[in-house]
Design a protein around this ligand. Structure first.
Ligand code: NAD
Length: 283
């Protein structure tokens, strides 16, 4: 069984990324990502801290805007518009989830699609679905790079994606279709999920339920990508897949942590640099 190691695969992309950053700096551009955090969601604060560390290591500038929980949608969109107009900012990331009173669709629409580093603006989702991707949600982009790293082609493959969120399941399905896979998206209202997953050459789970997928649900020899991140009662992290049993039947499997997560966090900077290159006519 191949362990699809996201730490190793992301390291493979770092060398190329650092080269591009050096080139940009030589032409006077410091690639800059603006992250906006509204409220005090503990997971978002942890993610932001790790982004800071990674940005520093890579030599990308990270500007963070922390706003109080009481921020209104109008105040947030005004701040986003200021970042849109700032030529020194190349990428904007709105940390999710936003507090419930904020109209998140309105906030996303305020991001300049050219700076939308997580590819969540409807224009970018439209480009992706029409086969002309500009900016892509980082997790599905990272999954494709991970498969690439291990020379696992999706062409002709029967792929089942469990989960239909706008940041994972839906854009992943579009990316896979663009690479000639046959894709089925399953979700909480899918009947007989196991029957579907048993037919998958490649199974991707992005649900958020620990151990919901066990060996019986897997076609022997399948490639299994576990996107789920679940905090267990003992404090440990687990995916959606029962790793020990699935590892006995799968051909390849991502661990949690250490699989999709490191790819997602690297793709954020990978795309920041891509956007900076385009905005300065180097890409
Ligand atoms: P979400 O809550 O927006 O979506 C969950 C999806 O699972 C929904 O589409 C829902 O229909 C489906 N679902 C729920 N119960 C189901 C069931 N019993 N059977 C089939 N489908 C079911 O979540 P999300 O933002 O897409 O994240 C999903 C998981 O992936 C979470 O655990 C999240 O923490 C994790 N995640 C990880 C990364 C990473 O980099 N590794 C990135 C994003 C999200």
């Amino acid at each position: 069984m191949i362990i699809l190691d996201g730490k190793k695969a992301s390291q493979g992309l770092v060398t190329d990324l650092k080269q591009k950053i050096t080139q940009l700096k030589a032409t006077g551009t410091l690639p800059t990502l603006a992250a906006i955090l509204v409220g005090d969601d503990p997971a978002s604060q942890i993610y932001l801290r790790s982004k800071k560390k990674r940005a520093a290591k890579l030599g990308v500038r990270l500007v963070t805007t922390k706003l109080p929980d009481a921020t209104s949608t109008a105040e947030l969109t005004t701040i986003i518009q200021k970042l849109n107009q700032d030529d020194h900012i190349h990428a904007i990331m709105l940390e999710m989830p936003l507090p419930a009173h904020i109209n998140s669709q309105q906030a996303i629409l305020a991001i300049d699609p050219r700076k939308d580093v997580d590819g969540v603006h409807p224009l970018n989702l439209g480009y992706l679905f029409s086969g002309h991707a500009h900016a892509i949600p980082n997790t599905p982009y990272g999954i494709l790079k991970l498969l690439d790293h291990y020379h696992l082609s999706v062409k002709h493959q029967n792929v089942v994606v469990v989960g239909r969120s706008v940041v994972v399941g839906r854009p992943l399905a579009a990316l896979l279709l663009n690479q000639d896979a046959t894709v089925t998206i399953a979700h909480r209202f899918t009947t007989d999920l196991t029957k579907l997953t048993q037919q998958a050459d490649i199974l991707v789970t992005a649900v958020g339920q620990p151990n919901m997928i066990s060996a019986e649900a897997i076609k022997p020899g399948a490639i299994v990508i576990d996107v789920g991140i679940n905090r267990l009662a003992n404090g440990k992290l687990a995916g959606d897949v029962d790793y020990a049993s699935v590892a006995r039947v799968a051909r390849a499997l991502t661990p949690v942590p250490g699989g999709v997560g490191p790819m997602t966090s690297l793709m954020l900077f990978y795309q920041t640099v891509q956007l900076a290159r385009r905005q300065t006519n180097h890409g």
